[in-house]
Design a protein around this ligand. Sequence first.
Ligand code: ATP
Length: 204
Amino acid sequence: MTAAVRPKRLGMFGGSFDPPHVAHVALARAAVQQLGLDELRIFPTGQAWHKARDLSPAAHRLEMARMAFADVPHAVVDGRELQRTGPTYTVDTLRELQAQHPGAELLLVIGADQAEALQGWRESDEIKRLATISVAARARPVRAEGFFDASRLGAARLAPVELAPMPVSATEIRQRVASGQSISKLVPEAVAGYIAQHSLYRSA
Ligand code: ATP
């Protein structure tokens, strides 16, 4: 008798990563470990349709992502969304992954804030059909009530990622750099060096 072959477990983790920070890295590590991923593809996004701010140039974000996730087992930074002209849609990337990895189980890894917004994403029902949704908690401002309840998503397949809430955001990091404050505990060391070397985020 031949042993059943387990489908490849392929995670997708997208973000503007402007810059990538310690919570992104912790989330990637937790996802690989807890979800038993064979591979976690990390996608720096092109100009995301739902983010109004102009992002830093793609080449900087790609390079910083490569540095930030270099030590996360099974993580591969994938620059394909940066090459798309026009807005980036998660559903397009999931379809491409499905075509390239037939039979693989796709898992979409997202923080709770993004999960809450997922219903408004393009073809959200198709996203939930294509992928298991893996949500990690994200620290909330004190005024917000409670934590996001992933069961509200109505996804057929849910696989939570346990992550101690880490109150760090790329917005805060950009603001700290612009006002001359240290970011040493908030981003991986190599990323801090890259930001300094290329004088990124000097103006808010
Ligand atoms: P910005 O402040 O510029 O909006 P961000 O810190 O939210 O950026 P993104 O690149 O937009 O970072 O996030 C990519 C993914 O990482 C999203 O799914 C987001 O929910 C998740 N994420 C970001 N920060 C955290 C955090 N502190 N804890 C858990 N998940 C996070």
